[in-house]
Design a protein around this ligand. Structure first.
Ligand code: AMP
Length: 414
């Protein structure tokens, strides 16, 4: 678990703001679930899910309740839906940290942030299309261009069950050729063997049966509408019939956004799919659902690799140097800040030389200097710290308007 410090912290905020802009215009409402839930909420994610069985931060609280820090937010949104019963279709977005006891490495942390959406209450394939398109547009809005969308369908529950049985039989026949880790996975969840990136497993996985032979007509028609819709709105995708995703609750459409610059073991920037049974599992009415989560840290790593969505410059616009005790700096800072001008100053009544040093170090474009003369004549000196232009003296009442217009003409020039 890490501290996120400046300027990265501001970049995180901007990341979430950008997400809100995209999902806000599509009518998604913010839900802020608690960080901690009854463990039962997450147990519904599936007994064969590592996130639940091995990675949860769970404990018994002082009231003898078995609780857990959330490992993801879809289950919390569904629990919240069951509790508040909003009208359907219910379109929600969220952002915030999740906790998983994983082996930390680049792109994998024990506390990590996600942004995501969920739509509850409709089986319409056009909802799947909308959701995938939103994720795609968001990643594109960050400037990422090397993202690939992989998409699959796990079919209807019966299709999925028949496929899992066939897969299990196939892997059991060739179990000796699998890595010890995949042999272990096979006992818990044959689907997840398809996720193995180990070279020993590659040949066995290559010949494994594919889900599309198990799709019902309904599942096949749904998937084909989703694919056609994505093509129609210009979202490029690859069909990956071995894409299963980590969480057990998925059925029907599943998808993953992969970062082209990242190491293949950690290249999923985000993913999602349909989870039509989850709300009912949590005690609510049968309610279909579809959504995705995008990992913030990993997506920012992809942005670093592609040189897009940089941390914004947080330097001040103006640095006030006041060698007359500091009270004039207080007034000037108050006035300039109220106009939205980023204004800094120094403390402790330091010398002109030392304050000018701070001004230069601050990255501010202009220094406003108050010496004895300026204090007495109610004027101020403006010095451009990044050009050789002559400094100018202005009346105090003219200071803010002058700075404002000089800063905006500089902005216009960028
Ligand atoms: P999941 O909830 O497992 O479907 O993950 C969705 C996305 O969240 C992934 O594609 C990652 O970007 C991110 N993610 C999941 N687990 C971690 C982790 N331990 N550290 C960092 N990011 C993660």
């Amino acid at each position: 678990m890490r501290d996120i410090v400046s300027p990265e912290s501001a970049r995180w905020r901007r990341f979430v703001d950008s997400f809100e802009l995209i999902v806000g215009v599509a009518g998604y409402e913010l839900v802020i679930p608690p960080l901690l839930e009854d463990i039962g909420v997450f147990n519904r994610l599936g007994e064969a899910t590592d996130v639940v069985t091995k990675e949860m931060y769970d404990f018994v609280d002082k009231g003898e309740r078995h609780v857990a820090l959330r490992p993801e937010q879809t289950a919390s949104i569904c629990r919240s839906f069951v509790q508040h019963r909003p009208t359907t279709p219910f379109k929600a977005w969220y952002s915030g940290p999740n906790f998983r006891y994983e082996k930390p490495q680049r792109g994998r942390y024990r506390q990590f942030d996600q942004v995501g959406v969920e739509v509850l209450g409709s089986l319409d394939p056009y909802v799947d299309i909308e959701v995938v398109q939103l994720g795609w547009s968001f990643l594109a809005s960050l400037g990422l261009s090397r993202v690939e969308l992989a998409i699959n369908s796990l079919g209807e529950p019966d299709d999925r069950a028949r496929y899992v049985a066939a897969l299990n039989a196939y892997f059991l026949e060739r179990t000796n050729e699998l890595s010890p880790e995949s042999q272990q996975t096979l006992t818990r969840n044959p689907l997840r063997v398809l996720d193995s990136k180990r070279s020993e497993d590659a040949a066995v996985i290559a010949d494994a049966p594919l889900i599309n032979s198990f799709w019902s007509d309904t599942a096949a028609a749904h998937f084909s509408t989703v694919c056609d819709g994505l093509t129609a709105v210009g979202v490029p995708y690859t069909i990956d019939l071995k894409l299963v995703r980590g969480l057990d609750y998925y059925r029907g459409t599943t998808f993953e956004f992969r970062g082209g610059t990242l190491d293949s073991a950690q290249n999923a920037l985000g993913g999602g799919g349909r989870y039509d049974g989850l709300v009912a599992d949590l005690g609510g009415p049968e309610t279909p659902g579809v959504g995705f989560a995008i990992g913030l840290e990993r997506t920012l790593l992809a942005c670093d690799d592609e040189g897009v969505f940089p941390a914004a410059d947080q330097s001040a616009d103006v640095f006030v140097v006041d060698v007359c005790g500091g009270s004039v700096a207080l007034e000037i800072c108050t006035e300039l800040r109220s106009l939205g001008i980023r204004t800094e100053r120094s403390w402790d009544d330091r010398s002109m030389k030392s304050q000018m040093k701070s001004a230069n170090r601050s990255g501010a474009r202009f220094a406003v200097i108050i010496g004895e003369d300026e204090d007495q004549s109610d004027t101020a000196v403006i010095r451009d710290l990044r050009s050789d232009a002559e400094q100018v003296s202005v009346s105090r009442s003219n200071l803010a308007p002058t700075l404002k217009s000089r800063l905006s003409s500089l902005q216009g020039a960028v």
